[in-house]
Design a binder for this molecule. Structure first.
Ligand code: 5RP
Length: 240
């Protein structure tokens, strides 16, 4: 199974540089060392996680005994293809550790996720996990969040919602595929991205979004992460 960056990220962003790709691969492989026999592991989504899943598949083949709870249909298929035992979130009684990528992390370790449109399932898995780890290349670490905030929204009334968000000054844009169709999430919803120059108060923004009808979930992941592994050219940095 091949991770198709263009189809997965769906936002027409510039492709990763070779250095970033290398860092994603390194941090993905490094993080597998935190997965031990007997654990129930939330398995995140995205191109960084793709490398982790590949490495995890090798470890499982070599005898590592774990259960994986995937955060997207893509990750589920990828893990199954590699022989990683998978269970649905409602079929496990706990998740020991979820490992996932992130789009951006600020100085207070608050994050934005959902560039790959999977943040709803990712947040459900993360908030049902004892511990959460994010694995990122160094470009994801910023003083203040300024990455577009994805909202998973119900298709019904989504254009009205977009108008409302615009009036609030949140610079929304419904996410489209290259062929002009709306991006659909794994739950068949749409995505609206908020293009904000700086998010100085992510908590306030999250509170505003939490109250709006039609938004299923936003991509602000606040006070969720326990450990971050940041890959630098000279090795991984562990933040705990
Ligand atoms: C998907 C996500 C991803 O974790 C996030 O977009 C990071 O992706 P990548 O590892 O490809 O940079 O939140 O919804």
């Amino acid at each position: 199974i091949k991770y198709n960056l263009k189809n997965e990220r769906l936002r027409g962003q510039s492709m990763d540089s070779e250095i970033v790709k290398q860092q994603k691969a390194q941090v993905g492989r490094e993080a597998v060392n935190y997965i031990h026999d007997g654990m129930v592991i939330g398995i995140g989504s995205g191109s960084t996680m793709w490398y982790l899943v590949e490495e995890l598949g090798k470890r499982v083949k070599a005898g590592l005994n774990i259960i994986g709870v995937p955060t997207s249909n893509f990750t589920k298929k990828h893990a199954e293809k590699l022989g990683i035992p998978i269970k649905d979130i409602d079929d496990v009684d706990h998740i020991d550790l979820t490992i996932d990528g992130a789009d951006q992390i600020d100085a207070n370790y608050q994050g934005i996720k959902g560039g790959g449109a999977s943040h709803l399932m990712e947040k459900i898995v993360a908030t049902n996990s004892t511990k959460n780890m994010w694995i990122v290349d160094e470009t994801k670490m910023v003083p203040t969040l300024n990455y577009p905030v994805p909202l998973e929204v119900i298709p019904y009334g989504s254009k009205q919602l977009e108008k409302k968000l615009k009036k609030m000054g949140l610079n929304p844009r419904l996410r489209y595929k290259d062929n002009g169709e709306f991006v659909r999430t794994d739950s068949n919803n749409y995505i609206i991205d908020l293009y904000l120059p700086h998010i100085n108060n992510p908590t306030k923004l999250a509170e505003q979004l939490d109250t709006m009808v039609g938004i299923v979930e936003h991509g602000l992941f606040l006070d969720i992460v326990n450990t971050i592994i940041v890959q630098h050219p000279d090795g991984p940095q562990i933040i705990e």
